[in-house]
Design a protein around this ligand. Structure first.
Ligand SMILES: NC(=O)c1ccc[n+]([C@@H]2O[C@H](COP(=O)([O-])OP(=O)(O)OC[C@H]3O[C@@H](n4cnc5c(N)ncnc54)[C@H](O)[C@@H]3O)[C@@H](O)[C@H]2O)c1
Ligand SMILES: O=C(O)C(=O)C[C@@H](O)[C@H](O)[C@H](O)COP(=O)(O)O
Ligand SMILES: [Zn+2]
Length: 367
């Protein structure tokens, strides 16, 4: 088992990474001294595979478990689904010391975390991420949210989990499309933080796509360490943390305008990283070789690199104004300045963004 610690004073916690860790969840939660009723939140794909097993593990450790399965998919990050979970928490008589446990991908984690942050003004939250994306990114760092019809993750909070338990064995049942979507966030960490990790990814593409266990363990641990380091510096995104948003200003606009769930989050971020690298080049921040290297790695990981057909570039820019990085009406981007280093750039000219979006005016959506 590998452990990554996230040091945030009284909100510190461990990320445990290993191949058969689910079995230890109950004992680990008991050691945290939590109340004995647990709301287990999962979705309609993950529940049937792991729900009964996790319920049994928690029950054996002395928890009374109520499991709720929300519909799988991005549309579930909604206030309607949150309301369903508040009802379930009431029905199960959760008190302030009783945990909400998220068993699933980033959708379940963000939704359940939002409910944990707000039910009774906050109850303990446990993350058990089961997608690669959730294991390398969304389960760590405390961003929890639901979507608004006009903006991604608009209703949310910063609310840290008490424990992140990553059972890498759960990736065995994840489909290829979702595995690859997780790799977009993995590439992000190489671009914004660690040039040697970026090179390592370039050299290990076939092992990673072949789901070689040691390579995936390496990927997950490295990403968790990077995310922990960024979050420790700037828990509530007053500045530096925004580099984790590289690819997301354009990515979120794609998710919104194509209809939540049409593009997976990781796919939209992959496209966003390509166009935002070009934007960084256009404003003189990033050299052309680095832009080509980023685009090549994303394509070689079998992720999309073109804007989808039919997305109107003006509409895209308009929707970027709902981004949480906007301040005083100015668009703000997290852009790479070289492989392994990124910075927040404020006050970009719309004309530069438009030029970049129009380079290949809304290409066909084939990957
Ligand atoms: N909070 C954060 O810091 C953060 C970071 C990145 C992304 N996100 C959010 O995460 C969401 C995307 O998360 P995601 O990519 O995990 O998507 P997801 O949660 O929708 O999961 C993807 C699909 O895989 C299924 N699935 C999950 N685990 C499985 C398993 N082990 N076996 C079989 N099927 C499984 C799910 O049911 C779903 O259909 C987006 O809403 C995004 O905004 C949040
Ligand atoms: O943890 C962060 O900070 C991130 O930005 C991670 C992103 O991968 C994630 O998609 C996040 O939800 C986007 O942040 P948002 O504040 O733009 O919603
Ligand atoms: Zn993301």
């Amino acid at each position: 088992m590998r452990t990554v610690h996230v040091e945030l004073g009284s909100r510190s916690y461990d990320i445990l990474i290993g191949s058969h860790l689910l079995n230890q969840l109950g004992e680990l939660m008991r050691e945290l001294g939590l109340g004995r009723k647990a709301l287990l939140v999962t979705d309609t794909n993950v529940g049937p595979v792991y729900g009964a097993r996790v319920t049994e593990i928690l029950t054996r450790a002395g928890f009374q478990v109520a499991m709720v399965q929300v519909p799988a998919g991005e549309k579930t990050k909604s206030l309607e689904q949150a309301a369903r979970l508040y009802d379930a928490a009431f029905d199960h008589e959760l008190d302030r010391n009783c945990p909400v446990v998220a068993l699933g991908g980033g959708v379940v984690g963000d939704l359940a975390g939002f409910v944990a942050a707000t039910y009774m003004r906050g109850v303990p939250f446990i993350q058990v991420p089961t997608t690669l994306l959730a294991q390398v990114d969304s389960s760590v760092g405390g961003k929890v949210a639901v979507n608004h019809p006009r903006g991604k993750n608009i209703i949310g909070a910063f609310y840290q989990p008490k424990l992140v338990l990553i059972d890498t064995g759960t990736l065995d049942t994840l489909d290829r499309r979702n595995l690859k979507a997780g790799l977009a966030e993995v590439i992000k960490y190489g671009v914004i933080w660690d040039a040697s990790f970026f090179r390592w990814l370039e050299e290990n593409i076939s092992k990673i796509l072949g789901q070689d266990p040691a390579s995936l363990d390496q990927v997950i641990e490295t990403c968790c360490k990077i995310k922990a380091a960024v979050v420790e510096q700037d828990e509530t995104e007053q500045g530096r943390r925004a580099i984790l948003n590289y690819g997301h200003t354009i990515g979120h606009a794609i998710e919104l305008l194509s209809g939540y769930g049409t593009y997976l989050h990781g796919e939209a971020v992959a496209i966003g990283m390509v166009y935002e690298a070009r934007l960084a080049h256009r404003i003189g921040l990033l050299d052309a070789a680095a832009v080509a290297g980023i685009e090549e790695l994303i394509a070689n990981m079998q992720l999309p690199v073109h804007l989808p057909t039919g997305i109107n570039c003006q509409e895209m820019i308009k929707s970027m104004y709902t981004d949480k990085k906007v301040t005083a009406g100015k668009l703000t981007f997290a852009l790479p300045e070289r492989i392994g280093c990124a910075r927040v750039v404020k006050d970009l000219a719309e004309s530069d963004i438009m030029k970049v979006l129009e380079v290949v005016p809304c290409w066909p959506s084939g990957f």
